[in-house]
Design a protein around this ligand. Structure first.
Ligand code: ARG
Length: 589
């Protein structure tokens, strides 16, 4: 379905043509003076330059031409040459009826759908998820859903960090604590136990202990390095422990992602890319892409037009060890080979921007990707505390994601229970849903690249620009619809939406008509915050309509059923939006 702007633009362009002007001046935008009109065209101002005449004269000619159109209630030429446009109420209600009849609420699929791989989440084995991992997961999940909504084939990959030096450190520490374990018996040839020799809490305690110990003990550090090397070269016992570490960790990571309602199609890890490294290095060398710099193997990726220093991409250190770079490049090779995507999107902290720029340039220059495969990095800002510094626990440590989620749910629970009684279990279940909305909306309502302040009081408030307010609005509509169905069981099918009968109803309709327009720009810009802003406008418009209108008690059946059709559409639109953002609404709250 064409967007409202497209429909108006068609008419305005035709008017420019009819009056002998170029149609390119007929572009229309949403009004920046909603008190004066709904839409506007500023083309006469630009056209005046080309046709060497007064802008107001052109504007007036266009207005005269548009006067006969059935779509417009008002069109006016305003000094110095603006064209102000207000749609008829019939136009709005017709548009909404068409939207209702369409399964996708008037949104058209992308005519050129693509195969897109998204790399998000990025948790590391044996380290608890912290708040930094939340942004990647929450943003990635919503971008994945947004891309799918428009018909793309999307593959989400968690890209587990399972290959760094921390693996050797943990094994070394385990060996120090429990040298008797069979994994450390070099002569052992039998099967290793199925059960891991540690629980997730032990594992999470081991890593920081090992890391601290290695800082003061060079021998231990050396041992860990040796173990990492042996592990990466297939040592049987270490490999068996490492697999346990992955199993135990992944079980816990999955549990947390379930709570966040974040999911992945692929559970690939950094280690999966390792087999691709030797051939990749050979290929890079054979094709003369590399040079040796201070013993390391590098690819230059500087370009003449660079305005900042772009370092070379280091492929291999002088001791032959590979790096984060190497793994990411090999992962690109792996992804091209297994999935041949048209686009790969990485969602990480924005501080990795230069890093990805280097990796992407290297992949492009050395043709590890097809010429038309897009590589995109979306860098997110930091989640700060109220003091403006990266969010910490009260004690100043890194906040575990699980604790953050729990504290949000607890706060929502407290609010739900204020001044009323509800079954404990039910209230907890509702709090978990509302809490997730508070957290995700609090995150996604900001432009991705911006830092934001995590403010639990504001995020969990049932009023204002928050997730709970949106859910509250949804629950309110659901309860009106349920009541209506109960009272008028013979009249379940809502009728047509009729032209607005009040200012509030008209305002709500106008907002709803912007849905496909908004969603398309959210898609083109990969900007979930646009969806949040739209939902907030809709919720406000709905609530003022609700306060001014008797819906259920309206005696005129035609009016009543038009209201019901309208608010059912509001509900569908809001549910579609929250689904794309990755949360759900309870039945009551
Ligand atoms: N595991 C990394 C970290 O915790 C994030 C990985 C991001 N993805 C990537 N392909 N490099 O920082």
């Amino acid at each position: 379905m064409k967007t409202v702007i497209e429909l108006i633009t068609d008419e305005v362009k035709q008017a420019f043509i009819n009056k002998g002007y170029d149609e390119k001046y007929g572009f229309v935008t949403i009004s920046n003076r909603p008190d004066l009109c709904q839409y506007q065209c500023n083309g006469a101002l630009a056209a005046a330059k080309q046709y060497k005449t007064a802008p107001i004269k052109i504007a007036q000619e266009i207005v005269d031409e548009l006067k006969s159109s059935a779509s417009f209630k008002e069109v006016a030429a305003i000094m110095p040459g603006f064209i102000n446009i207000t749609l008829t109420d019939e136009f709005l209600s017709d548009y909404l009826n068409r939207m209702r009849a369409d399964e996708s609420l008037g949104c058209e699929k992308d005519p050129n759908p693509r195969k897109i791989l998204i790399d998000y989440g990025g948790p590391n084995i044996a380290k608890p998820l912290h708040v930094g991992h939340m942004r990647s997961a929450v943003i990635g999940e919503s971008i994945k859903r947004l891309l799918r909504f428009f018909g793309n084939t999307v593959i989400g990959d968690v890209h587990l960090g399972d290959w760094g030096t921390q693996m050797g450190l943990i094994i070394a520490e385990l060996k120090r604590r429990k040298p008797e374990l069979v994994y450390f018996d070099e002569g052992y040839e039998g099967e290793y136990p199925k059960e891991a020799p540690f629980t997730i809490s032990e594992l999470e305690e081991i890593y920081p202990a090992a890391s601290a110990y290695s800082k003061e003990n060079p021998e231990f550090r050396e041992e860990a390095k040796q173990i990492t090397y042996q592990l990466q070269n297939g040592h049987r016992g270490y490999t068996a422990i490492w697999k346990h570490m992955i199993d135990v960790s992944v079980t816990d990571i999955k549990r947390l992602y379930d709570i966040l309602q974040v999911s992945f199609d692929l559970w690939k890890a950094e280690s999966d890319a390792q087999p691709y490294i030797p051939d990749m290095i050979k290929y890079l060398k054979d094709n003369n892409y590399t040079r040796i710099s201070e013993g390391a193997l590098v690819v230059d990726v500087k370009e003449e037009t660079d305005t900042r220093e772009i370092p070379p991409c280091i492929i291999q250190k002088s001791d032959g060890a590979s790096l984060y770079n190497t793994t990411d490049l090999a992962t690109i090779v792996e992804r091209m080979e297994l999935f041949n995507p048209d686009k790969i999107i990485y969602i990480t902290d924005k501080r990795q921007e230069l890093y990805f720029e280097t990796v992407f340039r290297c992949a492009r220059k050395t043709k590890l990707v097809r010429e038309d495969t897009e590589l995109i990095h979306i860098g997110y800002g930091t989640m700060n505390g109220k003091d403006g510094k990266p969010f910490k626990t009260r004690e100043g440590g890194v906040m575990r994601l699980e604790n953050l989620i729990n504290s949000v749910n607890e706060e929502v629970y407290r609010k739900i229970m204020e001044n009323r009684t509800m079954d404990e279990e039910e209230a907890r279940a509702i709090a978990a849903r509302v809490g997730l909305a508070a957290l995700k909306y609090g995150d996604l309502s900001n432009q991705i690249s911006k830092d934001y302040v995590f403010d639990i009081d504001r995020f969990t408030s049932f009023e204002g620009d928050t997730g709970p307010y949106i859910l509250y609005t949804i629950v309110r509509i659901k309860s009106i619809l349920a009541k209506h169905a109960e009272l008028y069981s013979d009249n379940k099918e809502a009728g047509e939406i009729r032209p607005a009968g009040s200012e509030q109803e008209q305002a709500l309709m106008l907002e709803l008509c912007k849905f496909n327009e908004m969603l398309r720009s959210a898609y083109q810009e990969l900007a979930p915050h646009r969806i949040c802003a739209f939902m907030y406008d809709i919720a406000n418009a709905f609530n003022s309509f609700y306060h001014e209108t008797k819906i259920i008690t309206e005696e005129d059946e035609v009016k009543r059923s038009s209201y019901i059709a309208l608010i059912s559409l509001v509900l569908r639109v809001l549910l579609t939006c929250i689904d794309i953002l990755g949360f759900t609404a309870p039945e009551k709250m």
